[in-house]
Design a protein around this ligand. Structure first.
Ligand code: ITT
Length: 198
């Protein structure tokens, strides 16, 4: 079964591809298609943005689509950057710009700087949306550590760990991460509904 993962984020693509490695799903990327129009993520919830990405891409590729909207929710910042995680430091900013801004916004707050990663995963094939959600709790450190993962991983220490998400292996990240949890749940729902067998 061929599915398109509606993302232009290479880090996400690698992680989700690994999660479906031994299933019957073949995950195609947006670059396998010609001239796909960009999806404007203008909803104020992870759910709204994930569904919008899945639906708009499905309307163009006409085969089943999965999508996720995800981000970092920081307690001291009243839930920011949240749905704005990708462009926290401005349009076209880098992961380094976002991490720098996060550290500067958090300077002065009492430790621990509690945070969580949230992922809303969606499947859409023209019928009802199938949704799944995952979260991982942790805290934001004061300096960047590690080179694995992507985004805010070098600043995020999952609860129960003394290393950042960028210092653990990709397999371990998938076991504990918001995205790993969300897509495992999504896969189970697809199997339950008979859309997928393995
Ligand atoms: P697509 O919309 O094309 O999928 P994106 O990067 O814009 O790619 P989102 O809108 O879902 O994706 O924004 C997610 C941002 O949240 C991402 O760019 C990171 O900054 C952050 N993020 C999400 N998951 C993360 C993870 O596993 N590790 C570190 N940062 C993460």
């Amino acid at each position: 079964m061929e599915i398109v993962f509606a993302t232009s984020n290479k880090g996400k693509f690698k992680e989700v591809n690994k999660l479906f490695e031994n299933s019957e799903i073949i995950i195609k990327s947006l670059s396998d298609f010609d001239s796909i129009a960009e999806v404007i993520e203008d909803k104020d919830t992870f759910e709204g943005n994930a569904q919008k990405k899945a639906k708009e891409i499905f309307e163009q590729v006409k085969i089943p689509v999965i999508a996720d909207d995800s981000g970092l929710v920081v307690e001291h910042l009243n839930g920011e950057p949240g749905v704005y995680s990708a462009r926290y430091a401005g349009e076209n900013c880098s992961y380094a710009d976002n991490n720098k801004k996060l550290l500067s916004e958090l300077s002065g707050f009492e430790k621990p700087n509690k945070a969580k990663f949230v992922c809303w995963a969606v499947y859409y094939d023209g019928n009802d949306f199938i949704n799944a959600q995952g979260e991982v709790n942790g805290e934001i450190t004061e300096q960047l550590s590690g080179t694995g993962g992507f985004g805010y991983d070098p600043l995020f220490i999952p609860d129960g760990y003394s290393k950042t998400m960028a210092e653990i292996s990709p397999e371990e990240k998938n076991q504990i991460s918001h995205r790993g949890k969300a897509f495992r749940e999504l896969k189970a729902k697809l199997i339950q509904k008979g859309l997928l067998h393995s």
